[in-house]
Design a protein around this ligand. Structure first.
Ligand code: GLP
Length: 241
């Protein structure tokens, strides 16, 4: 695991965007695994700015997102479908039929398997972008999730619902369940880029950097089993190292 220490969130966003741009420039038909949340917002801003200024093209790229709330309308502004449209998809030349997110309405095992099969049929993810939850969750894989599992439905923990309530009117409006790529799915990506910013992530980042082996009580530790992981974290996120 390579850890890149940067000063602040802006530098984290720039560095992460540089890596993604490099991937797309080297492989114009790359498959990008994308994440949502507050942390990658600046990265998407940087990608959009680069697309406008330098013309990096997403015409041949395919994107697959990590997760989505269960039961949410893709048009709901709090859905990850809407997040991706407003932060990235609407501003670059990625064809509409080349971006995929988990289906928020079909919660069957068959549909989860279809999502993993789809990723496999694309040749797998070249670069998977990840954030990290305060409890070490990646995607929506909460502590206790088996580390080999594929895409599946999860019951969100209170701490995750509280952390994400800032986007909804109130805690009661935050869905109780979500669909997420499993850790087994994530680990199949060829390269993983995890970004973290702010002191509220310091404990999780410290546990991740010091983890020596996968431990399901701290899902991000699964990344210790992957050969190509880059962590870009800012000074506050690295303050407990
Ligand atoms: C959410 C998302 C994760 C994200 C994490 C951290 O629950 N499902 O993919 O990495 O929380 O979010 P944030 O970047 O807003 O702190």
């Amino acid at each position: 695991m390579q850890v890149i220490a940067v000063k602040d969130k802006n530098e984290m966003s720039r560095k992460a965007a540089e890596l993604i741009i490099e991937t797309v420039r080297q492989k114009p038909n790359a498959v990008l695994g994308l994440a949502t949340g507050g942390t990658p917002e600046g990265t998407y801003r940087e990608l959009v700015a680069d697309h406008r200024q330098n013309g990096t093209s997403y015409q041949q790229v395919t994107t697959v997102n990590l997760d989505e709330y269960a039961g949410i309308d893709p048009k709901d502004p709090n859905s990850y479908h809407a997040y991706m449209a407003s932060h990235f998809f609407n501003h670059v030349d990625l064809p509409e039929n080349q971006s995929y997110l988990p289906n928020s309405f079909d919660l069957s095992e068959k549909e989860s398997k279809r999502y993993d099969d789809l990723i496999a049929s694309l040749g797998g993810v070249d670069l998977q972008l990840l954030g990290i939850g305060r409890n070490g969750h990646i995607g929506f894989n909460e502590p206790g999730t088996p580390l080999t599992i594929g895409t599946h439905i999860v019951q969100l923990t209170d701490s995750t619902r509280k952390a994400n309530a800032r986007y909804f009117g109130s805690l009661s409006e935050v869905p109780e369940r979500a669909v997420t790529m499993g850790i087994g799915t994530i680990l199949k990506s060829k390269r993983i880029l995890l970004i973290a910013s702010g002191e509220e992530k310091a404990e999780a980042v410290s546990k991740l950097v010091h983890a020596s082996r996968p431990d399901s009580s701290f899902p991000a530790s699964a990344l210790t089993a992957h050969p190509d992981v880059t962590v870009i974290a800012d000074e506050p996120a690295l303050s407990l190292i």
